[in-house]
Design a protein around this ligand. Structure first.
Ligand code: ADP
Ligand code: MG
Ligand code: ZN
Length: 554
């Protein structure tokens, strides 16, 4: 039977070989096993169900949440000679019933439906009439409450399948499933957990970078000037951001398209086509753009702000380099974005458990921006792939700054948190440590906290950043409320007990080395006031002792 699969691949899709994971998926499906597939965006999930659909007798049902894309998908299948159709809310009742008639007469091999459709009794009757043998569920993470895009209508799929007269083969496909989501998908759809095909999440042609502390606009304009011929996407958090950035770049003479939910269908379609046809090199969009878009030569994806979770981030960034050529994924990070994302989470849901979960996901995203370990490795760990290998391409792997021992500073932060009773957030802790003159902080500190001002030679912002770093490296745990509280994590306790050393890349672009301790302290104070006023590049002043530590590590 598998030879048949290869000939279908050639005949209808024009490819000679299967990609990683496709063959295994298709073999299992053709054997009659239920199977789940976790494959990164651009990996080629569609082929995994479209090829079996051409081999099985009768109609294959494809459940997909993306109504806006069904027509395109069906059109391109039809063009390839695969009879396909869709049923969704964009059709009037006349058209729907006509298509259903055609389906019963065996005119189609593939039927796309939106999950909302599956509820009606009449639909179950239709499926029974069609004797569906195979159901593919695309974007299967929507079935899980633990996923980042839960859709209630998806959660009724398991029940629907159980109600069919003949049990079909079920294939679930998604690009983004953490281990918990994977188990949930398998449980709901009765897929044996061992029947999961997971292809590497690593995309070895993508280079990830996190860019901090730069003027976003200046950075983007500079980047675009150096990449004039290349196609790319900039993702922004809100419609207003898209509009503003669009105006700005258009005024500067760049050819850009835009896309967001506030535009008319026609305008969106038009802009999308301009981008896809390479009339315009650049697309500025909210996350509404890109699902299912098949454009292989995207050379860069820039995130204008902190995304709300790793799932969405990796899906969007992963739209770069589908053709396998080297491509860049750049995240422009500023700590202020955290507040915006917290606010958005607060606005979109009043379900407390959901909010907690969203905030925890946001924290993982923030940690990505603060880790000093390989970014690719961080992503793979997040999605449950264990690896210790570093990619050698990301901004952290390429970061050649010195590593410095910051154990003493870490101990100061951790012990301050302990003394404050582990009841406060980052800002409060940083204020106490740097000896803020805020009356509230002084009053609070005087009777309770001996650690007040023990890091006063640093700015509150630097200490805040340092705390974020300690969080991202798991020395500090944060509760996931809207006012996150810091707690000393088990590895942090090790640090306090002198059993663990904390190393960090030196946070500076220039160094001044002084021998004299008094002068050293005075310079550090001066640095603090300079860093507090804008426009002065950060620099670090090393004491003799720190210097010795650095050279001993080289
Ligand atoms: P996904 O749904 O996993 O994001 P798609 O199914 O949209 O990915 O496929 C992404 C791209 O890869 C498409 O352009 C598709 O034609 C191409 N592709 C899929 N399978 C193969 C293959 N075996 N050989 C070459 N190209 C492939
Ligand atoms: Mg897909
Ligand atoms: Zn790396």
């Amino acid at each position: 039977m598998f030879e048949k699969a290869l000939s279908v691949l050639k005949e209808y899709f024009g490819y000679d070989t299967f990609r990683l994971g496709q063959e295994e998926m298709i073999r299992q499906i053709l054997q009659g096993d239920n199977v789940a597939c976790i494959m990164p965006t651009g990996g080629g999930k569609s082929i995994c169900y479209q090829v079996p659909a051409m081999i099985f007798p009768g109609v294959t049902l494809v459940v997909s949440p993306l109504i806006s894309l069904m027509k395109d998908q069906v059109d391109s299948l039809t063009e390839a000679g695969i009879p396909a159709t869709f049923l969704n809310s964009t059709l009037d009742s006349y058209e729907s019933s006509q298509r259903m008639g055609d389906l019963k007469r065996g005119k189609y091999k593939i039927l796309y439906v939106a999950p909302e459709r599956l509820d009606g009794e009449f639909f179950i009757d239709l499926l029974n009439d069609l004797e569906i043998q195979f159901i593919a569920i695309d974007e299967a993470h929507c079935i899980s409450q633990w996923g980042h895009d839960f859709r209630p209508s998806y959660s009724r799929l398991g029940q629907l399948i159980r109600r069919l007269e003949k049990r079909p083969i079920v294939a679930a496909l998604t690009a983004t499933a953490t281990p918990v989501v994977k188990e949930d998908i398998c449980a709901q759809l009765e897929i044996p957990v061992e029947n999961t095909v997971i292809t590497g999440f690593e995309r070895d042609n993508l280079s990830f970078s996190v860019v901090k502390g730069e003027d976003r606009h200046r950075y983007i304009e500079g980047f675009l000037k150096n990449n004039k011929e290349e196609s790319g996407i900039i993702y922004a958090a809100t419609r207003q951001d898209v509009e503003r950035l669009y105006d700005r770049l258009t005024n500067k003479g760049f050819l850009v398209a835009k896309y967001h939910g506030g535009m008319s269908d026609k305008a969106r379609e038009e802009q999308q086509q301009k981008f896809i046809n390479d009339d315009y090199q650049l697309m500025i969009a909210t996350t509404a753009f890109g699902m299912g878009i098949d454009k292989s030569n995207i050379r860069f994806v820039i995130h204008y702000q902190l995304p709300k979770n790793m799932e969405g981030y990796y899906q969007e960034a992963g739209r770069a380099g589908r053709d396998g050529l080297p491509s860049e994924c750049i995240l422009l990070y500023s700590a202020q974005d955290i507040r915006i994302q917290r606010f958005l989470i607060d606005q979109t849901t009043h379900d407390f458990a959901k909010q907690e979960q969203d905030l925890a996901k946001l924290q993982a995203m923030i940690n990505f921006c603060h880790t000093e370990d390989c970014l690719q490795k961080y992503i793979l760990h997040y999605f449950g792939e264990q690896t210790e290998q570093k990619c050698g391409r990301c901004s952290n792997c390429k970061d050649e700054r010195h590593v410095v021992d910051v154990t003493v500073d870490a101990q100061k932060v951790l012990s301050c948190m302990m003394r404050m009773g582990e009841r406060f957030g980052k800002t409060m802790v940083a204020q106490v440590l740097t000896g803020s003159k805020n009356k509230k902080i002084i009053d609070f500190s005087l009777d309770k906290v001996k650690t007040y001002g023990i890091m006063k030679e640093q700015s509150a912002k630097d200490v805040s950043d340092f705390i974020e770093f300690l969080i991202s490296e798991n020395y500090i745990a944060v509760s996931s409320g809207s006012m996150p509280i810091l707690k000393v994590a088990p590895t942090g306790k090790e640090v306090l007990l002198q059993r663990k050393q904390v190393l960090r890349k030196e946070q500076a672009i220039a160094k001044v080395i002084v021998e004299d301790n008094d002068l050293f302290q005075r310079l550090r104070m001066m640095r603090k006031s300079l860093a507090d006023s804008e426009g002065v590049p950060p620099f670090v002043i090393f004491s003799d002792q720190t210097l010795k530590l650095i050279s001993s590590q080289k």
